[in-house]
Design a protein around this ligand. Structure first.
Ligand code: IPM
Ligand code: MG
Length: 359
């Protein structure tokens, strides 16, 4: 028996428009092949929403999100805001608000290298081979959501790094539970040698660890973690960390998967799941048709698995991506700089190749 689900697609800004079209097509193909009924709706968010309504997250989009079973999102941001720190309204506010409003406190970022991409990373193959890390980035707290202040003379500014015990508890539990189903190792990353918020973080993680005696727990400072990640990525299994450290570490970790264009993420929490590539809107290449659609396609795979419990369907998508890479097809970001064997494709041709391998 097939399932019947409502999916909201929010392409967002820049290359989000181009790549999300392929995540959606993959979901449509899976629905047909496995007799499921997926009903799609579309919403606006980010720069496109500011242009259309003045609001980076219009109420209509939020209502549609609440009424859906899962959300597939593209990317957010526009170059014109990056060099304008005084802008009152920013595209990113839309993404932060939807994360908060939907209670998406756990951001899962799986880092796994497809065998055929060993050469795509700037890290040595022998360091990379076999690395398999699952990041749990806390997503609705920290310095991202703490009070922001600017003095009257505008010469002083601050962002409050704040965590509550319950926020650390719930993300830690999710991470420990995941570690149980994997290699049973959890590394919690903080800066407890300096920050009070990190000392609370460590205290709470140590407490939760007692509920999971079968999981080997270690605590690492963020600066050391950033170094270890490149030096020996294989030493990590599940990593749990706060919002800001997680944002930075996962961009770094994308190099372990070859490219930012390969990394998908799932944000979960109270109810509906939200799926997005970890890459941004990449305005430098937007509209050129050369962006890598695989992160969006892999986000669709995460959606099938985590929100709908469709494990076989999710694996089918991952296998289709794997097959496409084995055939030698590459987008620009994952092309092998050392050999000429790769067949370089644009966004649409790459997406079409994955669809072909799905059938
Ligand atoms: C991410 C992004 C966002 C973040 C930006 C676009 C607000 O970098 O999802 O990693 O910092 O969380
Ligand atoms: Mg980021």
């Amino acid at each position: 028996m097939g399932v019947s689900k409502k999916i909201l697609v929010i392409p967002g800004d820049g290359i989000g428009q181009e790549v999300t079209a392929w995540g959606k097509k993959v979901l449509e193909t899976i629905a047909v092949n496995f007799n499921h009924t997926f009903t799609f709706d579309e919403g606006i968010m980010g720069h496109v929403a500011i242009e259309a309504t003045g609001d980076p997250l219009p109420a209509e989009t939020l209502d549609k999100a609440r009424a859906s079973d899962a959300i597939l999102f593209g990317a957010i941001g526009h170059a014109k805001y990056d060099n304008d720190p005084t802008a009152k309204v920013r595209p990113e506010q839309g993404l932060l608000k939807i994360r908060k409003e939907l209670g998406l406190y756990a951001n899962l970022r799986p880092i796994k290298l497809f065998d055929d991409l060993l050469q795509a990373s700037s890290i040595k193959p022998e360091i990379l081979q076999g690395a398999d890390i699952l990041f749990f980035r806390e997503l609705t707290g920290d310095v991202y959501f703490g009070e922001k202040l600017r003095s009257e003379d505008r010469a002083t500014a601050s962002d409050l790094m704040i965590y509550h015990k319950y926020e650390v508890e719930r993300i830690a539990r999710k991470a420990f539970e995941a570690a149980r189903t994997r290699r049973k190792k959890l590394c919690s990353v903080d800066k407890a040698n300096v920050l009070e918020a990190s000392r609370l973080w460590r205290e709470v993680v140590q407490e939760i660890a007692k509920e999971f005696p079968d999981v080997e727990t270690e605590h690492m400072f963020i600066d050391n973690a950033a170094m270890q990640l490149i030096k020996d990525p294989k030493r990590f299994d599940v990593v749990v960390t706060g919002n800001l450290f997680g944002d930075i570490l996962t961009d770094e970790a994308s190099q372990i998967a070859g490219s930012m264009g390969m990394l998908a993420s799932a944000s979960v929490g109270d109810r509906v799941g939200f799926y997005e590539p970890i890459h941004g809107s990449a305005h430098d290449i937007a509209g050129k048709g050369i962006a890598n659609p695989l992160a969006s396609i892999l986000s669709a795979a995460l959606l099938l698995d985590i929100s709908f419990g469709l494990k076989d369907e999710s694996q089918r998508v991952i296998r289709a991506v794997d097959a496409t890479l084995r055939q030698g097809y590459r987008t620009m970001d994952i092309a092998n700089k050392h050999t000429a064997n790769d067949m370089l494709l644009g966004t649409d041709a790459m997406g079409a190749q994955v669809l072909k391998n799905l059938n």
